[in-house]
Design a protein around this ligand. Structure first.
Ligand code: PMP
Length: 285
């Protein structure tokens, strides 16, 4: 089946969707994005994604005039047109096309808006059964990780490096503390039973999944602390996991060749994953 994508007001077959080589998203990574999960043909945590999108657009001063209702309409339509029951919707907005110049264009430019869908097994992700093995690496990304820009090359290089070593992902480390994963936020459950995740700052993305997990775990009487933690803390933890829109809660069973807990997905991690799924299912859009 041909995949229908959305480009600047039109739904088109993907092969017909063309973007100018002068687009600043292409030349400068001058673009922001969101990835929203789809389960049961509906969007997960839609309001959170909208809010973060507005934050990213504001930080880059991109003048984007579509309303939240218009964005929701396009998302829902693209899910329907591609018959997605489980997967994701990718949204990207760039500043638009202009003569190449480091300075932002002086004349008004129309942002480029792109959406496409991908089918993906999210609930029955086989990786959950064995958990992910991660390696640590220095966090050499730019210092505004809170803005969800398409400037993802370092994260992509490090993810590939992890795969080349037979591992699944990287956890970034800055000033001795774990910041986040290549495309996820990171949690540990300490031996004393405290759920710990890094506090929000410009060094990490304010994950939509992270926020939901914090809320649901507090409601389920977990002791929760938002504070930095180290590789040593992770090695000494009872359990660890990463989280993101398209993996939900992913058990992490090894860091730098060192087994976490007994080296299999933790029981609290798995129950948090189920808690997350049960709760987001009630709020699908
Ligand atoms: N950190 C980074 C660097 C990411 O790319 C992602 C995935 N977008 C996340 C965290 C998790 O964010 P979310 O839960 O909103 O998908």
């Amino acid at each position: 089946m041909t995949r229908l994508v959305y480009l600047n007001g039109k739904f088109l077959p993907d092969v017909e969707a063309n973007i100018s080589i002068f687009d600043r998203g292409f030349l400068f990574s001058d673009a922001v994005y969101e990835v929203t999960a789809v389960i049961d043909k509906k969007l997960v945590s839609w309001e959170g994604h909208l809010k973060r999108l507005r934050h990213s657009l504001k930080q880059l001063n991109i003048d984007f005039t579509k309303t939240n209702d218009e964005l929701l309409f396009i998302h829902k339509k693209i899910i329907e047109q591609n018959n997605i029951s489980e997967g994701l919707v990718y949204l990207q907005i760039s500043r638009g096309q202009a003569e190449r110049d480091f300075a932002f264009p002086v004349q008004e430019v129309e942002p480029t808006i792109v959406l496409f869908t991908q089918q993906k097994k999210i609930i029955n992700n086989q990786k959950i059964l064995c958990g992910a093995k991660v390696v640590s690496c220095p966090d050499l990304r730019w210092g505004r990780a809170d803005i969800k820009t398409v400037q993802l090359l370092y994260a992509s290089m490090m993810k590939q490096k992890a795969l080349d070593q037979g591992k699944d992902d990287v956890w970034f480390v800055k000033n001795n503390f774990i910041t986040e994963g290549s495309s996820s936020n990171t949690f540990i459950l300490s031996k004393s039973g405290t759920l710990i995740t890094n506090s929000l700052s410009s060094q990490i993305l304010s994950g939509i999944t992270r926020k939901s997990i914090l809320e649901y775990s507090k409601n389920a009487n977990f002791i929760v602390k938002e504070k930095p933690f180290t590789i040593e803390d992770t090695k000494n933890a009872r359990e660890a996991f990463s989280c993101s829109s398209t993996t939900f809660v992913m058990p992490v069973v090894e860091i730098d060749e060192f087994k976490i807990g007994d080296g299999s997905p933790g029981k609290h991690t798995l129950s948090l994953r189920q808690l997350y799924i049960d709760n987001v299912r009630k709020e699908l859009v």
